[in-house]
Design a protein around this ligand. Structure first.
Ligand code: PLP
Length: 407
């Protein structure tokens, strides 16, 4: 990064201490910290523009509505969607996938198939299970290749068939860091007449996402993983599909007309946005996109890859540390275990005592843990504001733990 100190200064949390140690925040895959200007946008909206959207003629409501709809256009441009009407605001990736699973799957027939992968986050598994149970669908999962890092694309090719209706997969694994060949998988889905949903939760802040280049039918992501506010996210959906899908939830905002017996639906995108949205969070998502664009996704990706290489090279020199995920070009995620006796939880606690925040456990990817033959791993992940000194301190902390464990 050109001026890492200037970037860090925008994140007050990074100046904190944990006990006596300066915080080293390496839990970015779970959520990123949020820059001051995004938090200021939230505060400013609460102080000056808190009026419900889409229902008011008064100035405050118009301003709040304008701010939210400006975000919709900013998201459209950020992911190169054809139109703002195809941008549905949700609570996050999880709700976006649940929306598609509940609504699109209601159009399917018993015996139709949904293909996912074993490296999915639970939020791209369980909604499909619920839909499969409800509609008599069959859920199949693509295995990992022998490298235990990438998807077995031959198995995928064999699995996609004439009953396949949806292929739902992550762009980037939240455990292995693997960057999947999105366009190739989407093409495979389309060749069989299926639609493709891409979980972009881990891609959105680390590479540029272009839904048209992907040719994806649905793309889901969360603002909190892209330096933005909690509680808001996006579903991009192809217009023809969204138009034929029934509403996901009923309530205010999503109707054209309501009688006691029946109702008609609002046009896109509002058909899928029942109730008062988090319009303040959504306004702040606009500021988030401006921050990300100004900082530069390519510069962020280059910086994170540099940190990943630096830390990984050092760890590879330390016997007794088992790394999970070494796909070429992987995202800056290091998942590992140490020695035969220390649990991921133990290592996480020891790192926390040194001020280093990592995540431990199954990372909402229990099927992947089964494939890897573990119950959990420790995961350290880098973001725009992490420094080489922090990467070195992390490696140094692992060396200390190795000595404690006599590895
Ligand atoms: N998909 C992936 C790959 C993730 O890493 C996560 C969160 O860790 C999610 C989906 C769920 O995101 P959220 O909890 O913001 O809905």
């Amino acid at each position: 990064m050109t001026d890492i100190d200037a970037i860090r200064a925008q994140f007050p949390a990074l100046a904190r201490n944990i006990g006596d140690a300066p915080l080293i925040y390496l839990d970015n895959t779970a959520t990123t910290q949020t820059p001051r200007e995004v938090v200021d946008a939230i505060t400013d909206a609460y102080y000056h523009r808190k009026a419900n959207v889409h229902r008011g003629v008064h100035t405050l409501s118009q301003e709040a509505t304008d701010a939210m709809e400006a975000t919709r256009r900013a998201v459209r441009d950020f992911i190169n969607a054809p139109s703002a009407e195809e941008i549905i605001f949700t609570r996050g990736t999880t709700e976006a996938i649940n929306l598609v699973a509940a609504s699109y799957c209601s159009l399917l027939s018993p015996g139709d198939e949904i293909v996912i992968t074993v490296m999915e986050h639970h939020s791209n598994i369980v909604p499909w299970q619920l839909a499969a149970q409800r509609h008599g669908l069959r859920l199949r999962a693509v295995p990992l290749a022998a490298d235990l890092s990438t998807l077995d694309l031959d198995a995928l090719a064999g699995m996609i068939g004439e009953r396949t209706r949806i292929v739902a997969f992550t762009a980037v694994s939240n455990v292995l860091g693997t960057v999947n060949p999105v366009r190739r998988i989407v093409d495979m889905a389309h060749a069989a007449g299926a639609v493709a949903l891409v979980d972009a939760a881990q891609a959105i802040a680390h590479q540029s996402v272009d839904v048209q280049a992907w040719d994806a039918d649905f793309v889901a992501f969360s603002a909190h993983k892209m330096y933005g506010p909690t509680g808001v996210g996006v579903l991009y959906g192809r217009r023809e599909l969204l138009e034929k899908m029934p509403p996901y939830q009923g309530g205010g905002e999503m109707i054209a007309h309501v009688d006691i017996e029946r109702s008609t639906w609002a046009d896109l995108p509002f058909k899928f946005e029942a109730g008062t949205p988090d319009f303040i969070g959504l306004a702040a998502l606009h500021t988030t996109i401006q921050w990300l664009t100004r900082t530069g996704l390519q510069a962020i990706a280059d910086h994170e890859h540099m940190l990943l290489r630096r830390a990984t090279d050092a760890i590879l020199d330390m016997p007794g540390i088992q790394l999970y995920g070494d796909a070429p070009g992987k995202c800056a995620i290091i998942s590992f275990l140490m020695g035969p006796r220390a649990s991921a939880y133990d290592i996480g606690l020891l790192l926390d005592q040194m001020g280093i925040a990592v995540r431990t456990g199954h990372h909402c990817a229990q099927p992947l843990m089964h494939v890897l033959g573990v119950t959990g791993v420790v995961r350290a992940s880098f973001a725009a504001y992490n420094t080489e000194a922090e990467a070195d301190a992390f490696v140094g902390a692992l060396a200390r733990i190795r000595r404690m464990l006599r590895l």
